[in-house]
Design a protein around this ligand. Structure first.
Ligand code: PMP
Length: 443
């Protein structure tokens, strides 16, 4: 249809097939957000709603922050797009060096893409290409983890450990194995921060190596803290142990920091919090504070060097996206990184961590609350499922909370609270208050 785009009829909710959404329930009772500023959304009828999950774990600097908005506007007026294949623009190079400076160790090379899912598939492909370049092309196996979430590409769902995200989609990638997850309610329930028990779960990697032989394994990928599957902080010492086993057998270790990157755990990357340097870091979400889609992979220098071979006019890695290093995303990211630095938001997240954790932990004892886990500015609250209807209690709690003025996330019967890093103590208190009321309401 030509002409100006029609403003959507409020009741016309039929055409958009919404992702990871109960579409039929949504159409029956939509939750529409029309504006946002700082810690709040506004609904089309003008109601203010507190954002308890930083968009979708991404708007770490809060919403519609003036310097980011200004940078996106200016970029759109100056250079809307530049091809990233064989051409470039200054913003992408500036951003890559900023990110390399933020990253730990010698993760000095940055591959840019458009999302977390793309970042994961990119990292897995770099791992495979690296081993081939090294003359060890037999190393093709990929090791993920149960309860891992690595986006929705075929690579990501293959190494991911969420059966719901896998089972409708066929046989997936061959040659994938999974570590066990690190959660044990009996031993860890209601732990603030990293649990004491569970580091030994890393030793399962030794069993997998023994089974397949190290010479067939390309890489191990884990989220330092599993986010989407319910906020599972790593047990104390677990990531160090995983790193040591990878080193012993020459396996690449990839951290998927799509959620944990950019302040969620009080540091630029969780790798810094845990003092463990992986070989690659996947990032997305917080890099632009959610404003413009962007993802990427930070790569250790020797991996990059191994792939920079052959005649200089030949493409070194046959991989990339039309929107790799998109000018608007780069401008948004540079302004976002400035804001994180100028407002010292990662330190702020660290300062809020204990108070946030204690506030959420005060929900212990409410009806159906089976466990609460918190780390950084992330909390997961497990509710007992309603008999015969898994996920319904979580869904209803989310819906109640929204009616009462809070956006929270329900993954099945687990509620997540992951506020923007600019949250005040008062706003955290209100979030927890509304969440508690919602939990009581669905008892
Ligand atoms: N990895 C992790 C750890 C994530 O949490 C997510 C998204 N929540 C992704 C990958 C996928 O990111 P995207 O939705 O941007 O593709």
């Amino acid at each position: 249809m030509d002409g100006p785009s029609p403003s959507p009829e409020p009741n016309d909710l039929g055409a958009w097939w919404m992702p990871f959404t109960a579409n039929r329930a949504f159409r029956a009772k939509p939750r529409l957000l029309a504006g946002a500023e700082g810690m709040h959304y506004t609904t089309p009828d003008g109601r203010r709603v507190l954002d308890g999950i930083a968009g979708l774990w991404c708007c770490n600097a809060g919403h519609n922050r003036a310097p980011i908005v200004a940078a996106i506007r200016a970029q759109a007026g100056a250079l809307d797009y530049a091809p990233p294949f064989q051409f470039g623009h200054p913003g992408a190079f500036a951003l890559a060096s900023r990110l390399a400076h933020l990253a730990p160790g010698d993760l000095d090379r940055v591959f840019l893409c458009g999302s977390g899912s793309e970042a994961v598939d990119t990292a897995l492909k770099i791992a495979l290409a690296y081993w081939q370049a090294r003359g060890e092309g037999r190393r093709t196996r990929l090791i993920g983890r149960e309860r891992g979430y690595h986006g929705v590409g075929f690579g990501g769902i293959s190494v991911g450990g969420l059966s719901a995200n896998r089972k409708a989609f066929g046989s997936l990638l061959p040659g994938v194995d999974h570590l066990p997850h690190t959660y044990d309610r009996e031993r860890q329930a209601f732990t603030l921060g990293e649990p004491d028990w569970g580091a030994e779960r890393a030793d399962e990697l030794e069993r997998i190596v023994a089974l397949h032989d190290a010479s067939t394994i390309a890489a191990v990928i884990v989220e330092p803290m599993a986010g989407s599957t319910g906020v599972l902080p790593p047990p104390k010492g677990y990531l160090e142990r995983l790193r040591a086993i990878c080193d012993r057998h020459g396996l690449l270790l990839v951290f998927d920091e799509v959620i944990t990157g950019f302040g969620r755990l009080g540091h630029a990357f969780a790798a810094e919090r845990y003092g463990v340097v992986p070989d690659m870091i996947c990032f997305a979400k917080g890099v632009t504070s959610g404003t413009v889609p962007m993802g990427g992979v930070l790569v250790r220098e020797p991996i990059h060097a191994a792939l920079m071979q052959g005649p200089t006019h030949v493409v070194e890695l046959f991989h990339g996206y039309t929107y790799s290093g998109h000018p608007l995303a780069c401008a948004a990211a540079l302004a976002t990184l400035d804001l994180y630095r100028d407002e010292d938001l990662f330190t702020r997240a660290r300062a809020l961590e204990v108070g946030f954790g204690q506030a959420v932990m005060s929900l212990k004892g409410l009806p159906n609350v089976l466990d609460i886990r918190t780390v950084g500015l992330a909390a997961g609250i497990d509710l007992a499922p309603k008999p015969g209807a898994p996920g319904l209690r979580g869904f209803e709690a989310m819906d109640r909370a929204f009616d009462a003025g809070l956006v929270l996330r329900a993954a099945g019967d687990t509620l997540a609270l992951t506020p923007p890093l600019i949250a005040s103590e008062d706003e955290i208190g209100r979030m927890v208050g509304i969440t508690g009321d919602a939990i009581r309401a669905v008892a």
